[in-house]
Design a protein around this ligand. Structure first.
Ligand SMILES: Cc1cc2nc3c(=O)[nH]c(=O)nc-3n(C[C@H](O)[C@H](O)[C@H](O)COP(=O)(O)O)c2cc1C
Ligand SMILES: [Mn+2]
Length: 517
């Protein structure tokens, strides 16, 4: 049964022995990070898996009665629990089954498709008249400072909302988007809106800018000026606003859907519905024309002004380094609604492994079948957590024509958010990409670096601090597949050392007798 809300999820975590309630007083400033960081990095002792428990802090300095949930996704087991599967491959399998639909040949085939269509009907969100998130409605006398928002790291510019589901609407098509973009609290009623310029929230913002630019016939280059636009002047801009709603403390399928790098037109509420196999219930906001999950713990409603950018950051980021300050739009709060005694949910990012690493691994597993749609030769992929997702992707392929490894690199660099991948290593299908030792052995043995490395230029992650320019830089692909004569490699290729089966069986039989173990 899907979790109805964050509280049902917390109960499930508790039942599974995956939750620790903490009653000792802790400070949301730095202290929660230090505790959670240590828990994230727990190695497991053979009985327990790596990544310590989810934490529910119940005694917060300066916020009497408040509670903070953190590390809810912070282990392989919890990620499975969140998506209600034993293995993430089950989600991938469900996606594969949906994509496997062949056009029906006759009436009987059509009838057979009905259950699938009925199941699809369950995924679409449903708007309801009210919900728990409306228990308390504050149209005035509200403040962002009321919540126990964390300051994560010592050099952070302030307190940041780290697990917000940011809802926007494309003003042209009316389509909604939910993305997770951190928000720096500036004061009681304003916060930074850190949607990076390649993300959908930023595109919705640009769409509004295009409209107002047309209306005002302004000559300012607004397109360039979405976010992270440090060099762009902020004066002389037409006014106008864009509506934004932010849900904090949603059921895990919704929270997870907000980080999924889905195609722009696939709404996250639909993804959440697919994951939980039950529609997400939505309610209308009070002051903006947007819908939020009815069971959210906290909802922030407001606007981003089109003529305003403000310095955001620095922020201790998931790269293990601080992301530098830059200009981003500002969210102005117009209303807060929340449940009674809302549970504030948060995460911290920093040096891996951390909670987001497990979320990223889930994305990796779930997206493999989707990647195979455009890259059918793909066998497996691995994004090691230390590669912080955009720095390193190892892929194995079934190679059937010359130059295919380079074709695969280019395909990855043009595939949604995989475009940010700084280094791609392509190996043959006999290499287990999940085994870094095996990848190191085979990939490095198989390359002639000058011949096998491919450089290209293009968009890079906004968090890349080494690229020649913000958001723009080079990428590298390593073709570590076995080279063929049709690729100009004419030397003989050695066999891999493997013992024959007969000898292995013989030694198996004698093993005990040898007395070594
Ligand atoms: C904990 C966490 C924090 C994130 N913070 C940001 C952020 O501040 N800005 C951003 O652009 N992306 C951030 N992301 C990544 C986006 O959520 C992700 O790219 C998502 O797919 C964006 O959704 P969209 O494609 O609908 O824009 C974060 C991801 C996680 C897991
Ligand atoms: Mn999206």
């Amino acid at each position: 049964m899907p979790y109805d809300d964050l509280r049902a999820w917390i109960e499930a975590l508790d039942r599974a022995g995956e939750l620790k309630r903490i009653r000792t007083e802790v400070d949301p400033v730095l202290e929660i990070t230090e505790i959670t960081d240590r828990v994230s990095k727990m190695k497991g002792d053979g009985r327990s898996a790596p990544g310590g428990p989810a934490l529910l802090f119940q005694n917060l300095k300066g916020h009497r009665g408040a509670q903070v949930l953190i590390n809810q996704f912070g282990s392989a087991r919890r990620m499975n629990l969140a998506l209600e599967v034993d293995k993430l491959d089950e989600v991938a399998e469900r996606i594969r089954a949906f994509m496997d639909v062949k056009s029906p040949q006759g009436f009987l085939d059509k009838v057979k498709m009905l259950p699938m269509l009925a199941e699809m009907g369950k995924f679409f969100p449903k708007t309801v008249s009210s919900g728990p998130c409306k228990e308390v409605i504050k149209r005035d006398n509200f403040s962002l400072l009321d919540f126990p928002v964390l300051q994560c790291w010592p050099k952070d510019a302030g307190r940041f909302i780290t697990l917000p589901c940011v809802v926007t609407r494309d003003s042209k098509t009316g389509k909604r988007n939910v993305g997770m973009y951190r928000m720096q609290i500036f004061d009681e009623r304003t916060a930074g809106m850190h949607w990076q310029r390649q993300k959908i929230g930023a595109e919705h913002y640009r769409e509004r800018l295009r409209e107002t630019q047309e209306a005002a016939a302004s000559k300012v280059d607004l397109m360039a000026r979405t976010s992270g636009g440090s060099q762009i002047p902020t004066g002389n801009l037409p006014g106008g606003k864009m509506e934004v709603a932010v849900a904090i403390g949603t059921d895990p399928s919704i929270t997870f859907s907000a980080i999924v790098p889905a195609p722009p037109d696939v709404e996250e509420y639909l993804i959440a519905g697919f994951l939980r196999q039950k529609p997400v219930e939505l309610v209308k906001c009070e002051t903006v024309d947007l819908e939020v999950p009815a069971s959210s713990e906290i909802v922030l409603e407001g606007h981003v002004h089109l003529d305003e950018l403000r310095t955001e950051g620095p922020f201790g980021d998931h790269t293990g380094f601080y992301s530098l300050e830059d200009l981003y739009p500002v969210f102005h709060l117009s209303c807060i609604t929340h449940r009674k005694d809302p549970i504030y949910s948060a995460t911290i990012v920093g040096k891996p492994p951390m909670e987001d690493g497990w979320m990223g691994k889930a994305v990796e597993r779930i997206f493999l079948p989707l990647m195979k749609l455009t890259i059918p030769e793909l066998v497996d992929i691995n994004l090691p957590v230390e590669g912080v997702f955009h720095n390193l992707m190892i892929v194995s392929i079934r190679k059937s024509y010359p130059g295919q490894a380079r074709k695969v690199m280019n395909a990855i660099w043009s595939l949604g958010q995989a475009m940010f991948t700084k280094c791609i290593i392509v190996v043959d299908e006999d290499v287990n990409v999940q085994d870094i030792g095996e990848v190191t052995l085979k990939a490095l043995n198989h390359i002639d670096p000058e011949r096998d490395i491919q450089f290209t230029l293009g968009p890079v992650d906004s968090l890349d601090h080494a690229s020649r320019l913000p958001d723009y830089g080079s990428k590298m692909g390593i073709d570590a597949t076995r080279k063929w004569s049709s690729e100009g490699f004419t030397r003989p290729w050695p066999d891999e050392i493997l013992m024959d089966e007969k000898t292995k069986a013989m030694v198996d039989k004698k093993w005990k007798e040898l007395g070594i173990e």
